[in-house]
Ligand binder design. Structure first.
Ligand SMILES: N[C@@H](CCC(=O)N[C@@H](CS)C(=O)NCC(=O)O)C(=O)O
Length: 256
């Protein structure tokens, strides 16, 4: 991942020299007493998840990044999190946290009980939690390891192991039967899944046309007003410093 970000940062460095730190807050205030939540952000990256979450909840937050420069935004992250400078880095009160899924769970469980998670007793809850973890633990992990390998050497056949296509197919199969990754209702699992499912198609790890339910879900999720507010605040100039698309992914078909 470090070398990936180096590529990404180099691309960003070549792109622009704008330097404005943006601070923003959602329109509605949280009912509960919540410490200041500060999101250290890289445009177009996983820190969008926390911005989207806060916009869905209508809770206030501070957003820190340098518009148009991933390198300068990363320098801001390093100031508060020199050991593992990653986006998102979030400061809640005086606690510095990484891992988007854990950050989301802390915010929901402490400050927004009953919101964006199915009830604990339901089958949907177990699916929701599985997708919360699948997003990083299996999907993003497979996508970025295939990306690295296939950039070096274009694949000629599928791996017998669970690969990018298998992980996206698993999401497709679930969405064929459920509207959201939390089952019946939109939940924070949908927020977690958007980044890697965009990576999968934008970087050409899989063919978009093979996954119509994923495509329809992306449209539904990105039509939410909170998603549009997130984009306006967290990606004001669109995507910057993108990694190059893979020239070729593994051919579809059986994995053996
Ligand atoms: N599993 C972490 C991944 C965080 C992560 O790798 N973020 C990327 C940007 S999308 C990053 O900051 N990479 C910097 C690096 O790996 O050096 C999460 O979900 O928050």
């Amino acid at each position: 991942m470090t070398s990936l970000l180096s590529i990404l940062l180099l691309a960003a460095l070549a792109a622009t020299g704008s330097t404005a730190t943006s601070a923003t807050s959602a329109t509605e205030a949280s009912a509960t007493e919540t410490p200041t939540i500060t999101i250290y952000h890289l445009e177009g990256r996983r820190s969008e998840r926390i911005v989207w979450l806060m916009e869905e909840l209508g809770m206030p937050y501070e957003l820190v990044f340098v518009r148009g420069s991933l390198a300068a935004s990363m320098a801001k992250i390093r100031e508060v999190n020199p050991d593992v400078p990653m986006a998102p880095t979030v400061i809640i009160g005086d606690q510095v946290l990484v891992e988007s899924g854990a950050i989301i769970e802390v915010i929901l469980n402490r400050h927004a009980p009953g919101k964006l998670q199915p009830d604990l007793s339901t089958e949907d809850y177990a699916n929701h939690l599985m997708w919360m973890h699948f997003a990083e633990g299996s999907l993003a992990a497979r996508l970025f390891s295939d990306y690295r390998a296939w950039m070096k050497e274009p694949p000629t056949k599928r791996s017998p192991l669970v690969d990018s296509e298998a992980t996206v197919q698993y999401a497709e199969n679930y969405l064929a039967k459920h509207p959201w990754f939390g089952g019946a209702e939109f939940s924070s699992a949908d927020i977690m899944m958007m980044f890697p499912l965009n990576v999968a198609t934008v970087l050409n790890l899989v063919d978009e046309a093979q996954f119509p339910h994923v495509a329809a879900w992306k449209e539904r999720a990105s039509a939410r007003p909170a998603y549009a507010r997130m984009l306006a605040k967290a990606r004001p100039d669109g995507m910057i410093g993108s990694l190059p698309k893979l020239p070729k992914h593994a051919p579809a078909g059986p994995r053996n």
